[in-house]
Write a protein that binds this ligand. Structure first.
Ligand code: NAP
Length: 284
C-alpha cells in the first residue's frame, strides 16, 4: 500500500507556484489577488478561510478576506460581488459556502464573474466543464486527478466508482475521470448493493460525508482509494474520512489519508485557479 500524501504534494506544488508568482510579479507589476468573502461566523468556514489565507501567503498571492455579519442581506452581498467583479485588481473571488439560510447560494455564485470564479462553481464554468471547453475547474475534483497522476495511477480504461453525486465533488470528479478515459459509475444513497458496485472499482472515490462508511468488504484488492470525506469520528472526536482507513489501507494499492489527503490539495488547486485567472487577464 502506498499513501498518497496531499500534504506533501501540496507543499511541492506551492513551492513551485511561489517561484512562478515571483516571476509573474516582476513581469506584470503586481501579484495575483484573491478576495474571499465570509458571511457569518460558522466555525468550519472560519477555519477554511484561514487555511486559504495561509496558502495564499505561502504562494505569494495577495489575499483579502472580507468578513461580513450573518445579518448581511442578499442585496448587500450581491452589491459587494458587483464591486469586486468590476475591480481590476481582483483576480479571484470566492464566497465561502455555506451562506446563511436567508440567501440563495445559486444566485450569489451566479453573480460572480465566471472568469473570477476560482471555485469553478459558476454555471458557465460548470457548463464548460461538461462541454469540454476551457473553464475554471472545481478545486477538489481537480486535486483528486492530480493526486492520481502524481502516484502514476493509470486512469485510462480503468473502472472508477465515485460514491456521491454532489455538484461540487461527485459529479465533476466523475466527469474528469471520464475525460481521462475511465469507465465511471456514480453511486449514491439509492444505489442497490453498494458494496458489490464498489468492489468493481480500480479507482474508488468516496465523497459522502459519513465517518468510516467504506469498509474492507467494499474495496477490491489493489484498488486506489481516494477519501474526500471530512468528518468527526463519533467515538474519538478526531477528524476522519468516509473510508475506514485502518481496515481498507492494507487492501488498497494507494490510499489518501484524512487529514492530509484531498483537503490540502483542494486549497492548493484554489491557488492554481487564482493564478490561472490572473494569467488569463494579464495575457489578455
Ligand atoms: P453532499 O452534497 O452532502 O453529498 C453527499 C453525497 O453522498 C450525496 O450524493 C448522497 O447521495 C451520497 N450519500 C450519502 N449517504 C450515502 C450512503 N449511505 N450511501 C451512498 N451514498 C450516500 O456532500 P459533498 O459536498 O459532496 O461532500 C462529501 C464529503 O466530502 C463531506 O464530508 C465533505 O465535508 C467532504 N468535502 C471535502 C472536501 C475537501 O477538500 N477535502 C471538499 C468538499 C467536500 P444522494 O444524492 O442520493 O443523497
Amino acid at each position: 500500500m502506498e499513501l498518497i500524501s496531499g500534504k506533501a504534494l501540496s507543499a511541492a506544488r506551492k513551492a513551485e507556484m511561489a517561484k512562478e508568482v515571483e516571476q509573474y510579479k516582476a513581469q506584470y507589476g503586481r501579484a495575483p489577488q484573491l478576495t474571499v468573502v465570509l458571511v457569518g461566523e460558522d466555525p468550519g468556514s472560519v477555519s477554511y478561510v484561514t487555511g486559504k489565507a495561509k496558502a495564499a501567503a505561502e504562494v505569494g498571492i495577495d489575499n483579502v478576506t472580507l468578513r461580513k455579519p450573518a445579518e448581511t442581506t442578499e442585496a448587500e452581498l450581491l452589491a459587494l460581488i458587483d464591486s469586486l467583479n468590476n475591480d481590476d485588481t481582483v483576480d479571484g473571488i470566492l464566497v465561502q459556502l455555506p451562506l446563511p439560510k436567508h440567501m440563495d447560494s445559486d444566485k450569489v455564485i451566479a453573480a460572480i464573474r465566471h472568469d473570477k470564479d476560482v471555485d469553478g462553481f459558476h454555471p458557465a464554468n460548470v457548463a464548460n466543464l461538461w462541454l469540454k471547453q476551457p473553464c475554471v475547474l472545481p478545486c477538489t475534483p481537480k486535486g483528486i486527478i492530480q493526486m492520481l497522476k502524481s502516484a502514476n495511477i493509470e486512469i485510462s480504461g480503468k473502472r472508477a466508482v465515485v460514491i456521491g453525486r454532489s455538484t461540487i465533488v461527485g459529479l465533476p470528479v466523475s466527469k474528469l475521470l471520464l475525460d481521462e478515459n475511465a469507465t465511471v459509475t456514480i453511486a449514491h444513497s439509492r444505489t442497490k448493493d453498494l458494496a458489490a458496485v464498489c468492489r468493481e472499482a480500480d479507482i474508488l472515490v468516496v465523497a459522502i460525508g459519513r465517518p468510516k462508511f467504506v469498509t474492507a468488504d467494499m474495496v477490491k484488492p489493489g484498488a486506489a482509494v481516494i477519501d474526500v470525506g471530512v468528518n468527526r469520528d463519533p467515538e474519538t472526536g478526531k477528524l476522519c474520512g468516509d473510508v475506514d482507513f485502518e481496515a481498507c489501507a492494507p487492501l488498497s494499492s494507494h490510499i489518501t489519508p484524512v487529514p492530509g489527503g484531498v483537503g490540502p490539495m483542494t486549497i492548493t488547486c484554489l491557488m492554481e485557479n487564482t493564478l490561472e485567472c490572473y494569467l488569463r487577464k494579464m495575457k489578455g
